[in-house]
Design a protein around this ligand. Structure first.
Ligand SMILES: Cc1cc2nc3c(=O)[nH]c(=O)nc-3n(C[C@H](O)[C@H](O)[C@H](O)COP(=O)(O)OP(=O)(O)OC[C@H]3O[C@@H](n4cnc5c(N)ncnc54)[C@H](O)[C@@H]3O)c2cc1C
Length: 562
């Protein structure tokens, strides 16, 4: 064939183009995953019923469909593309310290608050209310993780604030409201409030005893002024913050409103917003306090004891958000594999890809099941069940350590299932991947949580008892599980810092295995015990042994939706 000069314009950079043909046929690319139902997850639905929130199922399904809708997925995408912007001053030079958000952020926030994912369960007497909220977070987490930060802190602030009943009387009804009412105004005049927390300072985050922010009592009892800085304070547009500062009696917890009851702005100078790896939709700031008016929460000198009530709740939310990220990225991976072919067969039918997906599915189910068990314990603990309170104390730290630790490896593997597409922002996978490590950093980094487990064991023997009571429910059901429980008892005796991660990892895996043996189908429980306890496993995902029941695992987790 002779190429004329005119024909040359149709060449691709690599040589002859499809002369006269279409160069941009899109073939073998999956359709958009949305709309889908984020609550379409058997492990989630079974767990919700088991933990006492079956009554919330209809709402959960509705929220799941909304989370998977094109509209909500677009909100998440937009809220992360258009990052919040700090406005320190107004046009005349007055300090305003406001943060502007894209409208999509407000859509996400409004939905989360209205659906009861912020403080609402504290105003709901129905047993299971906290489980329903956690389940809601698991499905709404298919959108954006960033706005999970202020909703989580608002939820978590309530039990800490209850340490100061006269403050709780004013603020609790607003923190538990389902109205999202953004904008800095007098808190008591708003329809709903959001809460943040300020613990971390430049010189120390884990070791908050090094906090230098000073609290000086005023003539009015319970009212102080603060002077100092915070190195990380997320969601600075919240209405109120629980802040740690050094009072004359030691490190204490304070309530800091952004707007004072007389309508003037409290001093809350936002120096800058952090430029972060992920969590881009959310603003994380460095505020400075100078003459900032603050109300004491709990006794002076009991700051850590007071704010730990908040941290207990946000830690559970870290587990929840990691489990949500796992499920979301698994659904994306499954969708891609079903619609993409290579070497003459769909990826979803390729034996090795099935191993990867099944292994991820096991991990996701274990994370979801543990999350809901922890939520059930929290729900029963706040209603006065002391056994569940002891279980919650230890198991939340165990879960926070392990599930958030698995998140980055999980999301990386799920991203890889999409091949090159997974590495491209359009797919959303990079955003989920970047989010994952944060969940193991804040609210106590890995080591801090592992050491917290040792602290719980050392200070309160009821916690170990609660854990072993739980594990005893499956005694005799699986030899590998029995051996793991026995090994744990030996390891507990060691109790040294240097091996704390080993111990907590074993605790987490044994607890997850025990939950799956009790509640999941045999194929799921057996594969989990064989690999995570029995050692019949490689180091990467996708290394389940031959005969691991891949079909049954995949049919349960990602049923055919062609
Ligand atoms: C995006 C983002 C948002 C945040 N938002 C908030 C917020 O709203 N409010 C707030 O108060 N904080 C916030 N934080 C701060 C966060 O809680 C802290 O970064 C975290 O608690 C760790 O503290 P640090 O950064 O001071 O690290 P360090 O305390 O210096 O810890 C560094 C490392 O040392 C390890 N370590 C610490 N102690 C020990 C020990 N005894 N033995 C062994 N290892 C140890 C830790 O596990 C960690 O790996 C945020 C952080 C991020 C990244």
């Amino acid at each position: 064939m002779t190429i004329t000069r005119a024909d040359e314009s149709q060449q691709t950079p690599y040589g002859l183009g499809a002369l006269g043909g279409v160069t941009h046929d899109v073939t073998n690319q999956p359709p958009h995953p949305a709309p889908y139902d984020a609550s379409d997850d058997v492990a989630l639905l079974e767990g919700v019923r088991r933990e006492g929130a079956g009554w919330a199922e209809e709402d959960l399904r509705r929220l799941g469909r909304l989370a998977g809708s094109e509209e909500a997925q677009e909100w998440a995408e937009q809220a992360n593309r258009h990052e919040p912007e700090l406005r320190t001053h107004d046009r005349y030079g007055h300090r305003v310290d406001e943060v502007d958000f894209h409208p999509s952020w407000h859509h996400l926030m409004r939905t989360a608050v209205a659906e009861g994912l912020a403080g609402a369960p504290w105003a709901d007497d129905r047993p299971g209310a906290h489980v329903a909220r956690t389940a809601g977070g698991l499905v709404w987490g298919h959108t954006d993780a960033g706005h999970g930060c202020p909703t989580s802190m608002t939820y978590a602030a309530v039990p800490a604030l209850r340490k100061q009943p006269e403050l709780a009387k004013i603020y609790e009804p607003l923190l538990t409201s389902r109205a999202y009412d953004p904008g800095l105004r007098v808190p008591a005049e708003k329809r709903g409030l959001l809460a943040g927390m300020g613990m971390t300072e430049k010189q120390g985050g884990s070791d908050v005893r090094t906090n230098t922010t000073a609290a000086t009592p005023t003539a009015e009892p319970g009212v102080y002024t603060l002077r100092g800085h915070k190195w990380f304070t997320s969601a600075p547009m919240c209405d109120v913050f629980l802040v740690l500062a050094q009072a004359p009696g030691g490190l204490s917890c304070f309530l800091v409103p952004r707007v004072l009851p007389d309508g003037t702005r409290n001093t809350f100078r936002i120096q800058r917003l952090k430029e972060k790896l992920g969590n881009r939709s959310n603003a994380s700031s460095e505020p400075e306090f100078d003459g900032t008016v603050a109300w004491l929460v709990g006794p002076e000198g009991q700051g850590v004891k007071t704010i730990i009530e908040m941290v207990n709740c946000t830690r559970l939310d870290c587990v929840m958000m990691s489990a949500a990220l796992m499920r979301k990225t698994l659904v994306e991976a499954g969708h891609h594999a079903r619609h993409r072919s290579a070497f003459g067969a769909r990826l979803a039918d390729q034996p090795l890809m099935r191993n990867v997906l099944a292994d991820l599915a096991l991990e996701s189910e274990a994370a979801t099941t543990l999350t809901l068990r922890l939520a059930g314990a929290a729900d029963r603990a706040v209603r006065g069940d002391s056994g569940e309170a002891a279980f919650r104390r230890i198991a939340t730290a165990v879960g926070k350590y392990w599930v958030t630790k698995r998140g980055p490896a999980f999301t990386a593997e799920a991203l890889e299932c999409l091949g090159g597409n997974g590495y491209v922002e359009d797919s959303g996978m990079p955003r989920h991947y970047r989010e994952a490590p944060l969940l193991s950093i804040w609210e106590g980094s890995g080591n801090v949580n592992a050491l917290d487990v040792l602290r719980a064991l050392g200070r309160d023997p009821a916690t170990a008892q609660a854990l072993f009571d739980e594990l005893s429910l499956t005694r005799g059901a699986d030899a590998r599980l029995d051996a793991a429980v026995a090994g744990l008892e030996d390891q507990l005796a060691e109790g040294s810092q240097v091996t704390a991660r080993r111990l907590v990892e074993r605790m987490a895996l044994t607890l997850q295995a025990s939950l799956l043996v009790r509640h999941a189908p045999a194929a799921v429980a057996d594969a989990f015990c064989a690999t995570r306890l029995g050692g019949d496993w490689g180091h990467a995902f996708g290394t389940l042994p031959a005969g691991a029941g891949l079909d049954a695992i995949l049919e349960r987790s990602l049923p055919g939706r062609e």
